[in-house]
Design a protein around this ligand. Structure first.
Ligand SMILES: [Fe+2]
Length: 499
């Protein structure tokens, strides 16, 4: 089924006839055959950037890069997580390919999130079992979830913890600002949703059965220790899977190919599909945060959107796609007829399918599909965690509302928080209305609509980031229109002003 959050569907809901400006692109290259070969690092990786300053996760929003280019700050946070591995090597040798274990002699995550932070979170918020908190156990090869109904009162959670249960926080970014800041900045790096889970495990316990996930994960050991065991996917179909696995029995997964004990300050990364299990040692508890990303952010997801849209265009454009099926088609096509290789009528029908498939290849709206992918990211993303300076110079500052004039200088707060789609109007998709609760405002993207004359001005604003620009320099004829464009962005909290 097609993703409902497409610009196309959105426009239908608005009852506007919208025609995409860009023409469908011809198929110029043949599609390579899919193979089951092991993954090799032959992927397209972003070009090497200038040397990146490493930023500790406790310095997000309060370092010298926080008020320059947010993209550089985001790169710096990832660089800080994986140091001494540099980002370029990480993408070439590890990301989506194999695990990375970084051992450190000091706790570089100190005070980011502690056992005490967990206690405060439970006390200060209305957190519910199952929705926000799980208490689980894994004993005699059986994973048991012991969630009571209703609110996760601290006394109830600690009772289960003392009885040997692991405590899992399912969406700590909703309740804790440090976790929000970390996920918010990393989503700007990956251009993909970033989520988090926090796990507190008592000494000598295991909370979960062996399994693999549908996301790439970064495990940051915050307190104590945890022994990890990693296992290869069972076969090629489970490499980089699209869905998480069920719980495995120990005799299904063989011997681990990698084991380690994470201590406070260490990091472990592994791609989706790597089977894993972890247990805390007998003498100390474990507290770690798992930061996850790259859910449904694959070439297959992009191509799926391309094909959906290509078929829509082909159906509109080409009568052959709208012609009725011959009434005898099901007498010759179908699994039961697949062995009738020499049958003339079957061959004729298959040739027709091949002809239509080739015609479909003439309509490949890759740019529309890429827009849809980014809009899906905006729907899934966390709202931007603003730093003090951004709060002071944006709509967040209630004490000093900005009067926008032609000589006012401004810029976007985050470039990746918007996506401009040009049809017969200009639509700016954004994530400014999102809350820290996933999809709380629904699964429709936030939009601001502009007249087509504003396209160049909006492009200028997006392309100028991170530089500040003057309202009067926007490429629109009318001064009032310039001010209107900037006002619309200001009122959605998307821009900030120069000091
Ligand atoms: Fe997992």
């Amino acid at each position: 089924m097609e993703n409902p959050n497409t610009s196309n569907d959105l426009q239908k809901k608005k009852k506007k006839k919208v025609v995409k400006k860009s023409k469908p692109q011809p198929l110029t290259k043949s599609i390579p055959q899919v193979t089951q070969q092991p993954l090799k690092p032959t992927r397209l990786v972003p070009k090497k950037k200038a040397e990146i300053r490493e930023i500790n996760i406790n310095e997000i929003g309060q370092n010298e890069l926080s008020n320059t280019d947010h993209r550089v700050e985001a790169d710096g946070v990832l660089a800080g997580l994986i140091t001494p591995i540099i980002i370029e090597d990480f993408y070439n040798e590890y990301f989506g390919l194999k695990h990375l274990h970084i051992k450190r002699s000091e706790n570089v995550y100190k005070n980011f999130f502690t056992k005490d932070s967990l206690d405060k979170m439970l006390r200060n918020n209305y957190m519910k079992f199952t929705e926000n908190v799980d208490v689980t156990n894994y004993v005699n090869e059986e994973r048991i979830t012991l969630n009571p109904e209703g609110r996760a009162y601290p006394s109830l959670v600690w009772k289960h913890y003392k009885e040997g249960c692991s405590v899992r926080l399912l969406n700590p970014q909703t309740f804790n600002s440090n976790v929000w800041k970390l996920c918010s900045i990393l989503q700007g790096h990956f251009k993909c949703g970033v989520g988090a889970n926090i796990y507190l495990t008592p000494a000598g316990a295991q909370g979960f059965a062996p399994h693999y996930d549908d996301v790439d994960v970064f495990i940051l050991q915050l307190e104590g220790k945890k022994e990890w065991r990693l296992y290869h996917p069972k076969d090629q179909t489970e490499v980089l899977p699209k869905k998480s696995s069920e719980n495995f029995a120990q005799d299904e997964i063989g011997e681990p190919y990698f084991t380690c004990t994470l201590e406070a300050g260490d990091l472990l990364y592994f791609p989706r599909g790597v089977i894993h299990q972890a247990v805390s040692p007998p003498d100390v508890h474990s507290l770690h945060i798992t930061v996850s990303t790259y859910l449904n952010n694959t070439w297959g997801d992009l191509i799926g959107k391309v094909l959906n849209r290509a078929l829509e265009i082909a159906n509109e454009d080409c009568l052959e796609f709208r012609e009725g099926l011959p009434r005898d088609y099901s007498d010759f096509l179908g699994v039961i007829h697949s062995d009738k290789v020499g049958e003339e009528r079957r061959k004729e029908l298959l040739d027709k399918v091949g002809t239509l498939w080739d015609k479909l290849g003439q309509y490949l709206p890759v740019d529309v599909a890429a827009d849809q992918m980014h809009i899906k990211y905006l729907i899934d993303s966390l709202p931007t965690a603003l730093n003090q300076n951004e709060k002071k110079h944006s709509i967040e500052d209630e004490t000093n509302p900005m009067k926008i004039k032609t000589d006012t200088r401004f810029r976007l707060i985050r470039q990746d928080s918007v996506r401009l789609v040009v049809e017969d109007i200009a639509i700016l998709f954004h994530n400014a209305d999102n809350t820290r609760v996933f999809h709380q405002i629904g699964d429709e993207p936030g939009i601001i609509e502009f007249t087509i004359e504003c396209v160049d001005a909006l492009e200028h604003i997006i392309d100028s980031y991170p530089a500040y620009i003057a309202v009067k320099d926007l490429p629109v004829d009318d001064d009032d229109q310039k001010v209107d464009v900037v006002s619309a962005l200001y009122e959605k909290g998307l821009i900030m002003f120069e000091k």
